[in-house]
Ligand binder design. Structure first.
Ligand SMILES: *Cc1c(COP(=O)(O)O)cnc(C)c1O
Length: 498
């Protein structure tokens, strides 16, 4: 299996090259050159497997330059029982009728990013050994909150790696901020920036491709890589849980092997939903992929009209991990759906960076609409959904999950499509205690500090508080750096002692 770039398909690299490098030289994203195919028999044979074995079965088709031993070492290290609070790793919970929730937040940082970022450091260090012998890998991360913490936790004290995380100073929840600023580990740094997530992500992307900085790093025997979902090593682990939830739906007698399901994904950078698309391309019977957004509804507009336009107001919402106007992974979808048209993708991405917008042909958007539906929610809808679901089913969702639940309810009402559906739940409600508590109590939030808020939410709902969040109370803040977005490259020099 080889990988190419969305902006230049003459490029051909192995999985370990794609993972160690993170992003292609000319700025494109690595994509697989072909799609492994899973028959229904093969999928059925995965029903009895553990999550770890399901992961090995899927990943070995993509990581063909990893030996069986290397792959086992990576997967068993990542999804070990002491790191995840559920033996199923990613359990599927039946809510009502055809509605099911895939809980992706039982990892060490209580957000779905752990599903990929527990595995990525293993994939990256094995890849670096194969392709960049001796070099220290410097992971640069732009985060809207959850990626930063999950990446810090995944890479802390991993030999021959360093990690630098940038987050928008006012764009993350108090719990997310505490999780990052108290991070332990000798090889980690965290810095707030005066700007939003898109500013942080754009600056990180330009640092990656800045040859002056790369040369300085090379002198010190270091190289950059990325832990954002532009890295193939972040995406490929996410394909696994779509197969896994399908198998669980069979075991739970919610479907028969071969039945179609819908999948609903609270979306920001388009990584999670794209992994669902790859699973579908591989033969998993997914009918519609439903893309759920908050008030930052740039993707809803694109999927409905074919015009992507980021020139619009940016809203800070109660689902901050989805406060994004540039969804990087859409580039990969455009590549696959346009019949691998690299020059079209390069041109669209140029328009996006120069004018902030582009429009695709009717034919292309029509093709995308056969698989993707979309919707968005207001902040009031999110609060009502959290409250209704708790009152009706005694099920507590976080704000991101509530966006997806609401968009699904509207989709089902609009289309009458009532086949069994899996809604991705991407964070523990305790990561966003204040917003969730306020929703449950009809808008009255007591003025409490973050930890008292957690206790209060626990008192009101009786939902279990994840241990990693409870233990934050005892930790000290280690990182207070703040810089302007224009000065991020100087900060990188400083933090790396270049
Ligand atoms: C990152 C994140 C998302 C968005 O996922 P993408 O893969 O970027 O689309 C949604 N919810 C939560 C809680 C997240 O952390």
């Amino acid at each position: 299996m080889f990988y190419t770039s969305t902006r230049d398909k003459s490029i051909k690299v192995t999985a370990s090259q794609a993972i160690a490098q993170g992003i292609s030289e000319e700025g494109g994203l690595f994509v697989p050159c072909e799609m492994p195919q899973f028959s229904m028999d093969k999928i059925n044979s995965m029903v009895k497997m553990s999550y770890i074995d399901r992961a090995k079965t899927v990943l070995k088709e993509f990581l063909t330059d990893f030996t069986e031993d290397e792959l086992s070492y990576c997967v068993e290290g990542a999804y070990s029982a002491d790191k995840f609070s559920s033996a199923a790793i990613a359990p599927t919970v039946h809510i009502d009728g055809n509605k099911n929730i895939l809980e992706l937040w039982h990892g060490p940082t209580c957000a779905f990013k752990d599903m990929a970022l527990q595995l990525l450091p293993y994939l990256m260090t094995v890849s670096a050994k194969k392709t960049a012998e001796g070099k220290t890998i410097v992971i640069l991360v732009a985060t809207s909150g959850d990626t930063g913490k999950a990446a810090l936790e995944g890479f802390k004290d991993v030999d021959k790696t360093k990690i630098l995380v940038f987050y928008p100073v006012d764009g993350v929840s108090p719990m997310q901020k505490l999780q990052m600023t108290t991070q332990e580990g000798e090889n980690v740094s965290v810095c707030a920036i005066n700007g939003n997530f898109d500013d942080a992500q754009s600056a990180v992307k330009s640092i990656f491709t800045n040859s002056e900085i790369k040369n300085e790093l090379a002198k010190k025997n270091m190289m950059f890589s990325s832990a954002n979902s532009i890295n193939w090593g972040r995406l490929v682990p996410q394909i696994v849980y779509y197969f896994s939830t399908y198998c669980d739906m069979i075991s739970m007698n919610k479907i028969n092997a071969g039945d179609e399901i819908n999948v609903v994904v609270p979306t920001g950078n388009f990584g999670n939903i794209l992994a669902g698309f790859y699973a579908k391309q591989m033969g998993l019977p997914i009918k519609m992929l439903i893309c759920a957004s908050n008030s930052n509804n740039v993707l809803t507009d694109f999927l409905k009209t074919g015009t992507y336009d980021k020139n619009r107001a940016f809203y800070t919402t109660t689902s901050p991990s989805m406060d994004i106007l540039i969804s990087s992974n859409l580039e990969r979808l455009l590549y696959h759906m346009s019949g691998n048209n690299d020059s079209l993708v390069a041109d669209l991405m140029k328009q996006l960076s120069e004018n902030g917008k582009y429009t695709v042909s009717d034919e292309l958007i029509g093709k995308i609409q056969n698989t993707f539906d979309a919707g968005f929610t207001s902040e009031t809808d999110v609060d009502e959904t959290i409250k209704n679901h708790f009152d009706k089913y005694n099920y507590l969702c976080d704000t991101h999950t509530a966006v997806a639940v609401k968009v699904y309810d509207e989709y089902a009402a609009r289309t009458g499509d009532d086949i069994p559906t899996v809604i991705d739940s991407t964070a523990s409600p305790y990561k966003f205690s204040k917003s969730v508590l306020s929703a449950i109590s009809g808008g009255n939030t007591p003025q409490l500090d973050e930890f008292s808020m957690v206790d209060e939410l626990n008192r009101v709902t009786k939902a279990e508080v994840p241990a990693p969040l409870a233990s934050l109370k005892e930790k000290t803040v280690r990182f207070n750096n703040v810089c302007d977005k224009e000065n991020m490259s100087e900060m990188v020099f400083k933090l790396l002692n270049l």
